[in-house]
Ligand binder design. Structure first.
Ligand code: ZN
Ligand code: ZN
Length: 164
């Protein structure tokens, strides 16, 4: 499906095609929380990078590469793109150059709803999750993971018959 997205101040508008539009994965890690996520987590969906069109306001786009490990200086593979006036829009990683990861909240097209029982919770380890963020205890049987899940965004959509 084609998704339309924008930032809050509406200077930046973009569109992207996504076969995987269900916002099912909540990441509680410190980077996601700081960059976006007043509830203690952030949700990305996935689209096809070659279909990403910044239709307006590309001059306002700003990329940010987070430090993954303060000790080693290792940078995060993701570049997070923001509207320099307001908010986070999407992330892109060269390692997965065919894909782009819009923030669910940046998308204006109505996204398919996901039942709570099908939601995945990731990066729940105590160094990542905020102590105040309300989340299930890690338990892979309940889709709650200390770190990464055992399923990709695409596999989840296939498994749940939700490919768009
Ligand atoms: Zn903006
Ligand atoms: Zn994260």
């Amino acid at each position: 499906m084609e998704l339309k997205g924008s930032c809050h101040c509406e200077k930046v508008k973009f569109s992207v095609t996504s076969h995987t539009p269900c916002p099912f994965m909540r990441c509680y890690c410190s980077i996601c929380r700081k960059c976006q996520g007043g509830g203690g987590f952030a949700i990305n969906i996935m689209g096809l990078h070659k279909t990403l069109k910044v239709e307006q306001g590309s001059e306002y786009l700003k990329g940010y590469r987070a430090l993954r490990d303060k000790k080693s200086g290792e940078l995060c593979g993701n570049i997070r793109y923001f509207c320099s006036e307001c908010c986070h829009l999407y992330a892109y990683c060269e390692e997965y150059a065919d894909l782009v990861y819009p923030m669910a909240c940046a998308i204006d097209t109505p996204l398919p709803a996901v039942d709570y029982d099908d939601i995945y919770h990731i990066m729940l380890n105590k160094d990542s999750k905020a102590n105040w963020a309300i989340a299930p205890e890690p338990n892979p049987k309940k889709h709650a993971y200390s770190e990464y899940p055992d399923i990709s965004l695409e596999e989840w959509h296939k498994h749940n018959n939700r490919l768009a």
